[in-house]
Design a protein around this ligand. Structure first.
Ligand code: GLY
Length: 339
């Protein structure tokens, strides 16, 4: 009788919390490129799908689209012309994590990372070990270097020698966080990493606490931007920790990211560009960024929408929906011919 009372009490409390907030599922993803994948995965969540599946579905969509030049097929290669990819998957119920770094010739690194999350040992594989594991486990192989990406790489090589330009550019990870109708959460990341990186270089995206973190009892966070600097702050974990103290995702993002950017500039002398997204287990979300940054979000109540964020005054974030003109210009820009 006593136990039954507490079971009812806890059950009722969860229902009540859900009624108060009025949300049962939600997803957020970094950059405009997350939009289509999110829209597809949110339909699955609406039909009772799991966060784990939703994250994989959304990220595969991005990995498969050839005109996103920082993730999967069509991603820009390293200095030697090889597309080396990093990806991670985390289950917020169990804390299970799988990750790959420097994997090549595999169509969907996120699926490999998810499978590795079922392993207790050997759950984070790098380089040829990661590629061999994927091949041995029948993940689809693919040459990930598109002709378009090869042309961009060759052009950059010319620019480096002719104009003495910095080789490094483009480190836009897709990071996706999901909340499903069972209150389970998951997070995933995928990227081809820093354009023109040295072979073997990896960033934050496959590293727990840096590129991603999720706890279904609190919420999740994911990062995009210069991995070398993101790794100095462990910002995804810090955002989840702050949400666990009762802060909203927006307060947690603002409080974790902006003071760290200041500290990095003071003590390291500079801070690369980076942005973080967060979602809590009530379906509320937040963003912090030190650069103009787009992201996509959708919930039970809110159609999937692309927003633009910018750093605001006094450690705040300015957020507005992107305009139709911006979306049109974006679609044109990512397909513009390479001369
Ligand atoms: N954030 C992705 C990278 O630095 O590779």
């Amino acid at each position: 009788m006593y136990i039954q009372f507490w079971v009812y009490f806890i059950y009722d409390k969860r229902l009540h919390e859900k009624e108060m907030v009025g949300l049962t599922y939600a997803m957020i993803g970094t950059w405009r490129m997350a939009y289509e994948g999110l829209a597809k995965a949110l339909t699955d969540l609406q039909n009772g799908g799991s966060s784990n599946d939703a994250v994989e579905t959304a990220i595969k969509e991005v990995e498969d689209y050839p005109f996103f030049k920082s993730v999967g097929y069509g991603g820009l290669p390293n200095a030697q012309g090889l597309v080396e990819m990093d990806s991670a998957f985390m289950d917020g119920d169990t804390f299970a994590i799988g990750a790959v770094a420097g994997i090549s010739d595999i169509k969907n690194p996120i699926s490999v990372a998810r499978k590795l999350s079922h392993e207790h040992f050997n759950s984070f594989l790098v380089g040829t070990g990661a590629t061999q594991y994927a091949m041995a486990n029948a993940f689809e192989a693919r040459n990930m270097l598109t002709e378009r990406a090869r042309k961009i790489w060759a052009k950059r090589l010319r620019e480096i020698s002719e104009k003495n330009l910095s080789p490094y550019d483009g480190h836009d990870t897709v990071g996706v966080i999901s909340l499903d109708q069972n209150n389970s959460m998951a997070v995933g990341t995928s990227t081809s990493g820093l354009f023109m990186k040295k072979p073997g270089r990896t960033g934050d995206s496959a590293l727990s606490g840096n590129g991603f973190y999720v706890d279904s009892e609190i919420g999740g966070a994911a990062a995009t931007g210069l991995g070398e600097d993101l790794m100095k702050g462990c910002l995804s974990y810090e955002i989840v920790r702050l949400m666990g103290t009762g802060l909203t995702p927006q307060q947690a993002c603002d409080q974790a990211v902006y003071p760290f950017v200041d500290k990095l500039k003071q003590r390291y002398g500079k801070a690369g560009e980076f942005s973080l997204v967060a979602l809590n287990n009530q379906g509320e979300w937040g963003i912090a960024t030190n650069v103009e940054f787009t992201f996509a979000v959708g919930t039970e109540k809110q159609e999937t929408q692309v927003y633009m964020a910018n750093p605001g005054p006094q450690h705040t974030t300015l957020i507005k929906p992107v305009s139709r003109e911006w979306l049109t210009a974006y679609a044109k820009r990512i397909k513009a011919p390479i001369d």
